[in-house]
Ligand binder design. Structure first.
Ligand code: FES
Length: 169
């Protein structure tokens, strides 16, 4: 078991899992462990599930059940910025199909691998953002952008990239 864990998790990852486990051992709640892992690591890796199954009474299948039931969890790494692009009816009529296609090709992501290689963006398709009057629309983190055009969408993405570059300087 330990050997298998080491194949995919770094020593640092294992230390982080150990500290999450120790800090929350008294509550012994799968939900709390998973929430902490999601928030500290940005997703719940397979090796974290194996680790928890080895430490707690919860089985791997139970944990997978919890992860798939609650949308707050992801088993794949997610980017620093989550882009939710709407494909709902109003947005579709407004041309969202082209926007989604362009966005994905621009960021070199697809449905299988929705996160950019540098883990800066994750693109998620959503059915409706609840702001149909602004169609076509998308959200980046908690900010809504409406009346999108290809140009506008590209500018928004560029702004996030430039802001991050300026932060690093
Ligand atoms: S259909 Fe896109 S926001 Fe409602």
């Amino acid at each position: 078991m330990e050997e298998k864990l080491n194949e995919t998790a770094t020593q640092e990852d294992l230390q982080l899992l150990d500290s999450i486990y120790k800090e929350n051992k008294d509550k012994d709640s799968v939900m709390i462990y998973l929430q902490k892992i999601q928030s500290e690591m940005g997703y719940v890796p397979q090796y974290a599930i194996k680790y928890l199954a080895g430490k707690t009474k919860a089985s791997e299948s139970h944990m997978f059940g919890v992860i798939t039931f609650y949308s707050q969890f992801s088993t794949k790494p997610v980017g620093k910025n989550i882009i939710k692009i709407c494909s709902g009816t109003a947005c579709h009529v407004g041309g969202s199909k082209q926007l989604v296609k362009k966005l994905k090709s621009m960021l070199k992501v697809d449905d299988e691998n929705p996160t950019t290689e540098d883990r800066f963006f994750t693109v998620q398709n959503v059915a409706c953002l609840g702001c149909c009057a602004l169609a076509p629309a998308m959200m980046v983190n908690d900010k809504v952008y409406g009346s999108l055009t290809l140009e506008k969408m590209k500018d928004i993405i560029d702004t996030y990239i430039k802001d991050a570059e300026n932060e690093d300087m």
